[in-house]
Design a binder for this molecule. Structure first.
Ligand code: UFG
Length: 327
């Protein structure tokens, strides 16, 4: 056993996949989650400490109980649309949780943090292949709250010697290939699960948000990464920290973009079913194209996404078809 790792948001989509991988790597993943957007039955690979990061006394007790060697911080509100409607909620919850977490780490002498950030910190930079040096210009409270936490980490690093690997994710999709865990949000806003909902009849149709973008087929382009590939990067990031290599920031994307129509076509190919589609208006806040232009994770962490868009959809579809899938 290599020690305990606190996984905030371990009951959520990405956090639960991190727990599975940490366990397989010999760590004890201790999930810290208030179950506000996560699911108790997604916590399968280690203990659940139920509580909110805003509760500092609870958090200190968790650190004392488990004496973690590192923290992976996934817990956050992450619905971009909601963050536009309720910015105060995002600033309060995401920031307060992170302040408490970093202070609790300092108190407990835990110096290693893997932080879940987002390409939303880059904001509206259509057409540019984004690398880690691109200016951060978030256009919504979600991206702004993550950018602020990145800054906060910098201050804790300077003063307290905290070391963090920050990952800026592009679009995460797919599920555990063994279908033990997968993606489920309520409400669901993400393209791949919505496409599968439309195929399986849980939803009548999929609406394409805008067909008049300046792209080859008129729909938005995104860079999709399989959640299992994404988590492999997190394990590499943890190894990087434990090897004493210090703080770093990495984009996690494939560098290849797919349009909404291409995702729909891939889903039709994988499932053999037609997606019932409506062509709708643009969704406010959507950028035309968001694609990673960085090779830093390949160069420094020896990380490359290995799974294709078809793999993401096939694995998500297997999870989706499970008998006990929620709903
Ligand atoms: N889309 C549709 N119809 C839908 C849902 C989505 O056409 O019903 C389109 C969107 O317009 C977008 C693409 O599918 O072009 C992907 O949309 P998602 O909602 O799946 O993902 P986003 O690109 O909006 O969001 C992702 C992450 C966020 C992150 C953001 C950065 O989920 O956490 O990228 O912009 F902040």
């Amino acid at each position: 056993m290599s020690g305990a790792v606190l996984v905030t948001g371990g009951a959520g989509y990405i956090g639960s996949h991190a727990c599975k991988a940490l366990k397989a790597a010999g760590y004890l993943p201790v999930t810290c989650d208030d179950l506000s957007t996560g699911w108790a039955d997604a916590v399968k690979f280690g203990p659940l400490e139920e509580g909110a990061l805003e509760d500092r006394a609870w958090l200190d007790a968790v650190f004392d109980r488990w004496r973690p060697v590192a923290v992976m911080h996934f817990a956050a509100l992450s619905d971009v649309g909601q963050s536009v409607r309720e910015p105060g909620l995002y600033w309060r919850r995401n920031i307060a949780g992170a302040v408490n977490l970093l202070e609790a780490m300092v108190r407990a002498g835990c110096r290693h943090l893997v932080f879940s950030s987002t390409c939303a910190v880059y904001g509206e930079q259509d057409g540019v292949l984004l690398d880690e040096n691109a200016p951060r210009r978030p256009i919504n409270a979600y991206g702004a709250s993550k950018a602020a936490i990145e800054d906060m980490i910098g201050h804790f690093a300077a003063t307290h010697g905290l070391e963090a690997v920050t990952f800026r994710y592009f679009n995460v999709a797919g599920a555990d290939p063994e279908a033990e865990i997968g993606e489920f949000h309520r409400p669901e806003t993400h393209l791949v699960p919505l496409v599968l909902d439309a195929i399986s009849g849980r939803r009548e149709t999929l609406t394409i948000f805008g067909t008049d973008y300046d792209t080859p087929d008129g729909t938005c382009i995104r860079d999709y990464v399989h959640v299992v590939d994404l988590i492999e990067a997190h394990l590499a990031g943890l190894g990087w920290l434990r090897a004493g290599r210090g703080g770093a920031v990495f984009n996690l994307g494939s560098g290849r973009g797919y349009s909404v129509r291409e995702v729909i076509e891939a889903a039709e190919k994988v499932t053999g079913e037609k997606v019932p589609v409506i062509e709708g208006d643009r969704r406010p806040g959507d950028c035309t194209r968001l694609v990673s232009g960085s090779r830093r994770a390949a160069r420094e962490l020896d990380w490359r996404p290995r799974r294709s868009l078809e793999d993401m959809i096939a694995d998500a579809w297997r999870w989706h078809q499970r008998g006990d899938y929620r709903r």
